[in-house]
Design a protein around this ligand. Structure first.
Ligand code: P6P
Length: 340
């Protein structure tokens, strides 16, 4: 649509707000802050090879993983871009052990922000696409300022979720429950411009996206399902950067999985700020996300950094995988149309 070429993120947010007369605009303000933070991180990612922003920050995160300087930089940018507005009551980040409280000098608001400020950071030094993942919940705690319970809510309750992919271009993709929309950063304007209105994932896929070197460590039922897909001659597409793999699958169709294995019995990926926000996006785009037994969005979180097995993408394969892994679909039943 021609007018999309001049539909900036700001204009689109205002248009969306008009659809909901009760909207206060407070949530829209947070999206502006997220977009600004994304521009600031983009600038550093684009310069990563030039400025001294590569390499290790000399400390480890909650998992003992080396924190790169760009990880720490992105975390600070997203926290400081959103904490001042009076719209956020509390935050949780992959880079912080506990919740990030809003400094006492700032008012607090109605939303909890959960984020992985820079996912896939091990790919930074080799110029592979990386990403930011964000999720918003409404404040449910009773106190004047936020509490951890505002973060520990099932994904089904998210008010918004999305990601920024720092690839050949920077794109911001988000949903507020009315479809999924993608905006591409035009560096000559410094604006995110609507480039992908109402994204829909293809119903079926021809791509499997998994680290198949882990195959020997997967549960037998997962190995069995992968064998079933291999009989259909699926191609393999795996970058090892969740946001990049997810974004390709969202646009082209694909079945991504990070199953549990002997080393990580509950999987590697985190529920609150990786699986749940991407699950909200994929369901809004017509896809599905499962932990192998049920919807990711229905899981009641118990801790900030809990991990979860993740099967996500085109609905046909993802629902078929859940039926297969949970034992509801027998291998000899053949590809069932009901799994679609
Ligand atoms: P593996 C990156 O470190 C990450 O957290 C995700 O971005 C990615 O999907 C996954 O880990 C890759 O893990 O074990 O395949 O290297």
């Amino acid at each position: 649509m021609l007018e999309d070429r001049v539909t900036s993120l700001d204009r689109f947010i205002i248009e969306q707000e008009r659809l909901y007369p009760e909207a206060t605009g407070r949530f829209s303000n947070i999206l502006y802050d997220i977009a600004l933070a994304a521009k600031v991180v983009t600038r550093e990612v684009r310069r990563a090879g030039i400025t001294d922003i590569l390499g290790r920050a000399g400390r480890a995160n909650v998992y003992g993983e080396d924190v790169t300087k760009l990880d720490a930089f992105a975390n600070n940018v997203f926290i400081h871009a959103t904490e001042h507005s009076g719209n956020v009551c509390i935050m949780a980040s992959e880079e912080n052990d506990g919740c990030v409280e809003i400094p006492p000098e700032y008012p607090t608001g109605s939303y909890a922000l959960l984020m992985d400020p820079l996912d896939g950071s091990s790919n930074i030094d080799v110029n592979v696409a990386i990403g930011t993942i964000f999720s918003f919940h409404r404040k449910i705690s009773k106190g004047p300022r936020g509490a951890v319970e505002d973060c520990l809510q099932p994904g089904r309750r998210q008010v918004a979720a999305g990601y920024v992919v720092y690839g050949s271009s920077t794109m911001l993709v988000y949903t507020t429950g009315s479809g999924v929309h993608g905006f591409t950063l035009d560096p000559t304007l410094g604006e995110f411009i609507l480039s992908h209105r109402n994204i829909r994932i293809p119903e079926r896929s021809t791509y499997i996206s998994a680290n198949e070197s882990n195959y020997p460590k997967w549960p037998e039922e997962v190995q069995s399902y992968v064998g079933h897909l291999r009989k259909r001659s699926y191609s393999s597409r795996y970058i090892g950067s969740l946001v990049a793999d997810f974004h390709r699958n969202l646009l082209k169709g694909g079945f991504f999985m990070y199953p549990p294995d002997q080393k990580s019995p509950t999987g590697k990926l985190r529920l609150l700020y990786e699986a749940a926000p991407l699950a909200f996006v994929i369901e809004q785009a017509g896809g599905y996300a499962s932990d192998g037994h049920g919807p990711i969005l229905d899981i009641q979180p118990t801790e900030l950094h809990q991990r979860v097995p993740l099967y996500i993408g085109s609905p046909f394969e993802t629902r078929e995988a859940e039926a297969w892994i949970s034992g509801r679909k027998r291998p000899d039943a053949g590809p069932s149309s009901s799994a679609g």
